[in-house]
Write a protein that binds this ligand. Structure first.
Ligand code: BEZ
Ligand code: FE
Length: 288
């Protein structure tokens, strides 16, 4: 094509697909090019700005590895990850929320009543609830993959002073669908700001904070996997999460209990000498 112009380049691009190209790939690529071209036209993007964008992507690529997922972080702070979550939410099931860049596979099993806190400083939190279907029937054998930061606001993969699987565990529900474990009260923390995404946040005068939360991935046979987080209602960043992860149904309230009422069947039973918090939260899965 010798007559490419700024006005017809999007159509020309569309014509370059082979007849056997995968239809969904074609649909996505055409839409992407249409929006990218429109973006460049609308903003009259300069060469210098385009170059800056390319350098940004190159830096994100260089800094990323199996523990640092800068492109995931970019998608998160742009609101893309949350938008995709919300586009696929099924009413009636627990909302999904961002996976984030810090989930690691292979966490050790955590028995019902098990403890993630160990010797870390901070208030004990008892997190418990039921995994159910949309009609409130308990789900037997649901697998709950749990992770959070240590009290210093760092995930184990960010912190050489933590064991690989500190504050990570996998719990499997029994016939009553119940889960329950103790941990430390999660803290608000900042997303990593020492890379290209941090530079964007800085340039936009945006803060990098996330409200405190516990992460869960819930899987059960016959149900859609749920990637989610739960947030306490008293967190100062609840309405300004830098990655847009908060949903109304994921907000819960901590209830403070005096020390002596700690329930039986938990690793900490009888050993607790200070008031602890309890987060009761049921997780509703959607059938496949
Ligand atoms: C997280 O909650 O782990 C997280 C999510 C998005 C970006 C950074 C961290
Ligand atoms: Fe997190």
């Amino acid at each position: 094509m010798r007559t490419v112009t700024k006005d017809n380049i999007t159509d020309v691009f569309m014509g370059y697909f082979g007849a056997d190209a995968d239809p969904r790939l074609k649909e996505i690529m055409l839409s992407l090019a249409t929006h990218l071209h429109a973006f460049a036209r609308e903003t009259k993007l300069t060469h210098a700005e385009w170059r800056k964008g390319i350098e940004f992507l190159e830096w994100a690529g260089t800094i990323s590895d199996k523990e640092r997922h800068e492109f995931v972080l970019l998608s998160d702070v742009l609101g893309l990850s949350s938008l995709i979550d919300m586009l696929h939410t099924v009413p009636g099931g627990t909302s999904s929320s961002v996976l984030g860049p810090f989930h690691i596979t292979g966490a050790p099993p955590l028995a019902f009543g098990g403890d993630l806190k160990g010797d870390f400083e901070g208030q004990v939190l008892l997190a418990r609830g039921r995994v159910t279907d949309m009609d409130d029937n308990p789900i037997d054998g649901a697998e709950l993959d749990i992770w959070q930061t240590a009290p210093n606001g760092l995930y184990s993969s960010q912190d050489p002073d933590q064991d690989t699987y500190s504050f990570h565990g996998i719990q499997t529900t029994g016939p009553d669908g119940r889960y329950g474990f103790t941990t430390v009260r999660p803290v608000s923390y900042t997303v990593p700001t020492d890379g290209p995404v941090g530079e964007i946040l800085n340039a936009a005068h945006r803060h990098p904070w996330r409200p405190s939360h516990l992460h869960y991935i819930v899987k059960a046979e016959g149900f859609r996997p749920l990637v989610t987080e739960i947030f306490p209602d008293d967190d100062p960043y609840l309405d300004e999460d830098t990655v847009f992860g908060v949903r109304a149904d994921l907000v819960m309230r901590y209830v403070e209990h005096p020390a002596e009422t700690f329930p039986d069947g938990y690793a900490l039973s009888g050993r607790i000498d200070a008031p602890y918090l309890c987060a009761d939260f049921d997780l509703k899965l959607v059938r496949e």
